[in-house]
Design a protein around this ligand. Sequence first.
Ligand code: UD1
Length: 430
Amino acid sequence: MDKLIVEGGRPLVGETRISGAKNSALPVLIASLLSGQPLRVGNIPHLRDITTTLELLGRLGVQLSLNDRMTVEADASQVVDLCAPYDLVKTMRASILVLGPLLARFGEARVSMPGGCAIGSRPVDLHLKGFAAMGAEVSVTDGYIEARAARLQGCRIALDQPSVTGTENLMMAATLAAGETVIDNAAREPEVVDLARCLNAMGARISGAGESRITVSGVPRLGGADHRVIADRIEAGTYLVAGAITGGDVRVRDVDPALLGAVLAKLRDAGAEVDSGGDWVRVRGGGRLGAVNVQTAPFPGFPTDMQAQFLMLNCIADGTATVTESVFENRFMHVEELRRMGASIRMNGNTATVRGVARLSGAPVMATDLRASACLALAGLVADSQTVIDRIYHIDRGYHCIEEKLAGLGARIRRVTASQWRRETERKAA
Ligand code: UD1
């Protein structure tokens, strides 16, 4: 297993390009299942979750071609299988998104039931309730969700929580349903809006994406389209935090600053200087940052996917702050690892109270989930000795070449294989 080796203490300076958003690219690629005509998708990030999605689509019979500029053409004219198997769903929970499109276009689908994961139980009950309300027969047998419906019927669905993938799954299904579907308490995340834009380009009739009520008028079939996915606001936010905590000067480009409102506001509160233009954001760190209270919430609130990075920022800031996780029940796996680096964090239910310390010290640490692993890389950048991060396959799920982008900004960070690392440590010991 690869590891990241980080030597802290350097301010990050320079510019980096932000990749396409993973959480847009996944549903957009899966939307190809709704049509017999090819869908071309540009700005696809080079990530492990994308490879998993392409493998899943390929197994279902979607013809895929990928050029060297990461544009994928997906042609689902000859779907041969309607089942998402356990071996793929267990590595990527977003595989549940094939359920809506397959059910809507082919009248049936089988998807392995996603299990729990490091950040909580993460049920899919809202997806299933929505399909049932649209007239599908839904059951769970032998660990698989099975859904059938001759034709889905438009209806009113009020989500108990504004689930992102839940909204996307139901919105995709509703494009081919008979009549009108109204989704209330829909997720308002930019990735939902991006998917709606792609579906409308394919001929769907969706209005209200980005608001709490989405209305979809079903059409008999969808066609092909060309779509470019939006930039990854979480990747952008992570590099901006890296610039701020190292006292550096980092500019991220190819990203819409409007997607980063809550994150930029917190960076300013912490004392960082933030400027932005049409498609870029620049952050300057300067002196020691101040502690900032953070509470996660659905968009446009502060994103749960940036919680670990801001908790880490607070670890070395001046003062004490609370970080409250309101979206997922157990998203604090990074706390134990940060404590091993000298952070002072007290947990009480879903709130972490973080007292800033003057410095962290490097340590061997373990990545536990995608965003937790990003926060460990950030911690390594400001620690006063070497940090060795294990299990970085989590980071590769969501960050394209994080070590190359950070090194491009001046960080001392490199990736080693397990055997390279063993040889290095043996040499040092000898
Ligand atoms: C998506 C994102 C993930 C992000 C999360 C919240 C993708 C591929 N992933 O995950 O990066 O952290 O949104 O912004 O886009 N819930 C239920 N029942 C359901 C569905 C959800 O109770 O059927 C609950 C969840 O347990 C959680 C909350 O709703 O407490 C929000 O989860 P949700 O928005 O569904 O997260 P994902 O779509 O899985």
